[in-house]
Ligand binder design. Structure first.
Ligand code: FES
Length: 214
């Protein structure tokens, strides 16, 4: 994984303020936590700021969030710089995160990374010249049962190989919305070819089906 990349001063906006709509959302998020525990809202507020600001969190937003939560700026920055889900510098329109942790690696994530680099013409950590795609490697994204996988924006693309990875990226390049989830035809995490257990329902005689009438 590449190190934390913070946008240089010339790219940083001077100020950041939530839009009126997002300010209401931010207040509702903060109100979920007990008095004195407002800093628990750090992560959802960072996410809100990032969505508002073209996919990355400027330092001005870090300051604003710190002020809203009554914590020093550094406490917000240490959270924002720890998780790969937050970007502290501009990223492409499509933020491609390829998982290369052990289960994905054992199932071929090297081929997925290779396919991404080939189709996008950039190396991990880089953004395409047209600003459409940023590619990074990340640690486990919690979809190991469908390894190997990648996350693009909010969507998971799973059970990938080099070919299906290329197809997903090409569809995005054409402005289409590829089907999310498994790319090899299986249903969620069911076995390839369909379920092999609990395929029929034969309740013992006399027993009403669950949820049935009395
Ligand atoms: S190891 Fe890739 S999703 Fe868990």
């Amino acid at each position: 994984m590449s190190g934390v990349h913070i946008a240089p001063p010339e790219m940083q906006p001077k100020d950041f303020a939530f839009t009126a709509e997002n300010l209401e959302k931010a207040k509702a998020i903060i109100a979920k936590y007990p008095a004195g525990r407002q800093r628990s809202a750090t992560m959802p507020l960072l996410d809100l700021a990032q969505r508002q600001h073209n996919g990355w969190v400027p330092m001005a937003a870090i300051r604003t969030i710190g002020e809203m939560l009554g914590v020093p700026e550094i406490r917000v920055l240490e959270v924002a710089s720890f998780y790969t889900m937050y970007n502290l510098a501009p990223v492409g329109k499509h933020f491609v995160q390829v998982c290369t942790t052990t289960p994905c690696w054992l199932r071929g994530s090297d081929k997925v990374v290779e396919a991404c680099e080939k189709h996008l013409g950039v190396k991990c950590g880089d953004t395409t010249a047209d600003g459409q795609f940023t590619l990074i490697e990340v640690e486990c994204l919690g979809a190991c049962v469908n390894a190997p996988m990648m996350q693009i924006g909010d969507d998971y693309y799973e059970d990938l190989d080099a070919e299906s990875t290329g197809k997903v990226l090409d569809a995005l390049k054409r402005g289409e919305k590829p089907k999310v989830g498994p790319q090899n035809g299986r249903q969620t995490s069911a076995p390839l070819g369909g379920p092999t257990t609990l395929t029929t329902f034969n309740p013992p005689a006399g027993n009403a089906p669950v949820g049935g009438d009395d």
